[in-house]
Design a protein around this ligand. Structure first.
Ligand code: SF4
Length: 63
């Protein structure tokens, strides 16, 4: 599983980064980016929480 962030939807609230900083980071433009990494079992629950918790539904699974 991998995830991506749609920057057209992201409002830079930082919630995803707070939940799982090993996957999500806010960039210089103030918007989140998903680090291109395979989501392992240990962090998958946090990543799912981030997907569900994103206020603009900007995060989606890519595979
Ligand atoms: S939770 Fe959603 S809106 Fe907030 S920074 Fe992350 S991707 Fe952007």
């Amino acid at each position: 599983m991998k995830v991506k962030v749609d920057k057209n939807l992201c409002i830079g609230c930082g919630a995803c980064q707070s939940i799982e900083p090993s996957v999500f980071e806010l960039e210089d433009d103030g918007l989140a980016k998903a680090i291109d990494t395979e989501i392992n079992k240990e962090i998958k629950e946090n990543v799912m929480d981030a997907i569900e918790g994103c206020p603009t539904s900007a995060i989606s699974e890519v595979e």
